[in-house]
Design a protein around this ligand. Structure first.
Ligand SMILES: Nc1ncnc2c1ncn2[C@@H]1O[C@H](COP(=O)(O)OP(=O)(O)OP(=O)(O)O)[C@@H](O)[C@H]1O
Ligand SMILES: [Mg+2]
Length: 286
């Protein structure tokens, strides 16, 4: 069911990661003119965004800018009202989380999607357990889980038989990411992965995100923390009142410019202005 072919991380060493991804051709996922309405609220307005493999794309914006709405559109939780999604240049409809998983899109939420009462191995194989006849193939589950965690250099977990409920926020995040990698996720989406974490755990998650991109995975990460954004992102997109106010390589930005873009939708440098007045007069899609 899951696509396993043509995954960049399988065919080249991890060290070939981030630079070579720039030559990878078309972005893995392209959003084109995405629209989403909630009654009279236009939560997303003509949003176009490229999400390349092997790179970390950071999505920033003020409260209510539309970040979670955009993530839900891509992860199949709530279909857009308009626009198009292209996966490897082919138009796709992502109508359910199952559609997203089928393409290789995994969304990691810090506190959801893992079962506290089950151990790490059970969580990583939940619903997809390998079997010997009627019995679970515990040995291959343990091998798979151990390898996935080791591949991402997750060393802080005491035992893979530990219940997930006893893990720290950063460790939970690590298990969720390792699970996504084990099931060959090609795009990993993270909504505020470090929001609830301390300094050390934040460092662990930042390293994990880099490791994912080095394996050729596309990462889309929503964050309010500009330190994290500048530590991890290759590309940046700023949402302002549902519109992409700016998008580009992280090297084009400094924190002050990003703050301006987040708070006003424009900055003194180079960007196409998106002003509240142009948005107020924009007509809802009919
Ligand atoms: N289910 C919904 N019903 C109605 N309005 C919604 C719904 N979900 C989001 N909205 C509205 O859409 C807009 C964008 O919300 P969204 O949650 O995407 O923002 P966000 O950028 O994730 O904000 P935050 O940083 O606070 O998480 C807001 O105006 C919000 O009120
Ligand atoms: Mg949100």
């Amino acid at each position: 069911m899951m696509q396993t072919s043509d995954r960049n991380g399988d065919s080249r060493p991890a060290s070939a990661g981030r630079e070579s991804a720039h030559q990878a051709g078309a972005p893995l996922l392209q959003l084109r003119g995405i629209e989403k309405h909630f009654g009279s609220v236009r939560a997303l307005r003509n949003v176009s965004l490229d999400i390349p493999a092997g790179q970390v794309t950071a999505l920033v914006g003020d409260n209510g800018a539309g970040k979670s709405t955009l993530i839900k559109a891509v992860s199949g939780i709530s279909e857009p009202d308009g626009g198009q999604l292209l996966w490897e240049s082919r138009p796709v409809h992502i109508r359910s989380p199952k559609d997203a998983a089928g393409l290789g899109i995994a969304t990691v939420y810090q506190d959801l999607a893992l079962c506290d009462n089950l151990d790490i191995v059970a969580n990583m194989f939940l619903g997809r357990e390998p079997r010997h006849g009627v019995l679970l193939d515990e040995a291959s589950m343990v091998r798979g889980a151990t390898k996935a965690l080791a591949d991402l250099s997750v060393v802080t977990v005491r035992s893979i038989r530990q219940a997930v409920g006893s893990l720290s926020g950063g460790q939970r995040q690590a298990v969720a990411v390792a699970k996504a990698v084990m099931w060959n996720a090609r795009l990993v989406i993270m909504d505020e992965p470090t929001a609830a974490l301390g300094v050390t755990q934040t460092g662990v998650v930042i390293d994990l995100i880099k490791a994912l991109a080095d394996r050729g995975v596309a990462v889309l990460v929503v964050s309010h923390n500009l330190n994290d954004v500048f530590a991890v992102a290759d590309r940046l997109a700023v949402l302002y009142l549902g519109t992409i106010a700016s998008e580009g390589a992280i090297a084009e930005y400094d924190p002050q410019r990003v703050v301006e873009l987040i708070t006003t939708g424009e900055s003194a440098m180079r960007d196409q202005p998106v002003t509240p007045s142009t948005i107020a007069t924009a007509r809802p899609e009919g």
